[in-house]
Write a protein that binds this ligand. Structure first.
Ligand code: DON
Length: 304
């Protein structure tokens, strides 16, 4: 498969969509990013790398960090994790409160904000140095120690993070948070503020693409069955109320973030990360979704 040629072609084909949507501005620091940027990078299981556009420019990974948090929590908690959250698609926005109230403080899945806030609480309870350990897990996945948090973005989000604070308070009310709410929120925003390039993100996701191998980085270990199940959750819950649309158009497990990034996996074949800050109304990158749709269409490779 000539992935380089296909990625270059995809990049040309999506140009008509280059001004569609707008970048997230509810996080003030993200409103400053130049929205007219695009990058894509693909790593094959066989060790090849293909890239087009701004594939080495770092951006705010935001909710994509929830995949790393899930890997750590599954390793630390195993199936106990599912006592504190579900694994069903939510069909609601990532920051919705309605379902959380109806379901008495049990988030639908780990990838909506409520689920990720509970995972943050678990990491705070289980790890001696959660901030360092989360980052060093990401370093081991992407192979680059210079990947870091952007504390300005984290502070900026905290300054306007009323909805996430409401979610954390409701979780605490239902006894689904053990730690101090402010501590949990600070770590949650910090995790979201990690900055990575498409190249680094795609490399990091390669470990999830190979579900036939068990997975060990430092003390974080996942069985091959757990890796496969992470893919299942990405497939059903990775795009909030657009998970069905992403499955329909792209047909790969993946995860998006409001920084405009999307990471996806073709199991046993490749991982791919794409970035472009302009978002559609559901909070997913317009050019990113389009690029992945064209990639799986032109390669005729998807899980379906
Ligand atoms: O909590 C938030 O709202 C952001 N830090 C992350 C949201 C996000 O990336 C949702 N993605 N599409």
């Amino acid at each position: 498969m000539n992935y380089q040629e296909i990625l270059e072609h995809v990049c040309q084909e999506i140009q008509p969509f280059s001004k569609e949507g707008k970048q997230a501005d509810y996080i003030p620091a993200l409103a400053k990013v130049n929205p007219d940027q695009f990058g894509i990078c693909l790593h094959t299981i066989g060790g090849e790398t293909f890239a087009v556009g701004k594939a080495t420019t770092r951006f705010s990974i935001q909710s994509i960090s929830k995949v790393f948090a899930l890997a750590m929590c599954l390793s630390l908690e195993g199936d106990e994790l599912w006592k504190r959250m579900g694994k069903e698609p939510s069909g609601t926005a990532f920051n919705s409160l309605i379902q959380l109230e109806e379901e008495k403080g049990i988030p639908r899945n780990p990838f909506i904000n409520a689920g990720a806030i509970v995972m943050t609480d678990i990491l705070l309870s289980k790890l001696a140095n959660p901030e360092e350990e989360f980052l060093s897990f990401v370093h081991s996945l992407c192979g680059t120690n210079s990947v870091s948090y952007n504390e300005e973005v984290a502070r900026s989000e905290r300054s306007r993070g009323y909805l996430n604070a409401a979610i954390a308070n409701m979780l605490k009310y239902y006894h689904n948070i053990e730690n101090d709410i402010e501590r949990v929120l600070q770590f949650y925003f910090l995790m979201c503020s990690v900055e990575m390039s498409c190249q680094e993100l795609s490399k990091a996701f390669l470990s999830f693409a190979n579900h036939k191998k068990s997975f060990q980085y430092n003390h974080i270990m996942l069985t091959s069955s757990q890796v496969k199940r992470m893919n299942a959750i990405m497939q059903t819950c990775g795009f909030y109320d657009e998970a069905g649309e992403f499955s329909y158009l792209v047909g790969l497990p993946g995860k998006s973030g409001v920084g405009g990034g999307i990471a996806a996996i073709y199991p046993m074949r490749y991982s791919v990360a794409v970035w472009s800050p302009r978002l559609n109304p559901k909070g997913n990158s317009v050019m990113g979704m389009k690029a992945l749709e064209l990639l799986t269409t032109e390669t005729q490779e998807s899980i379906f």
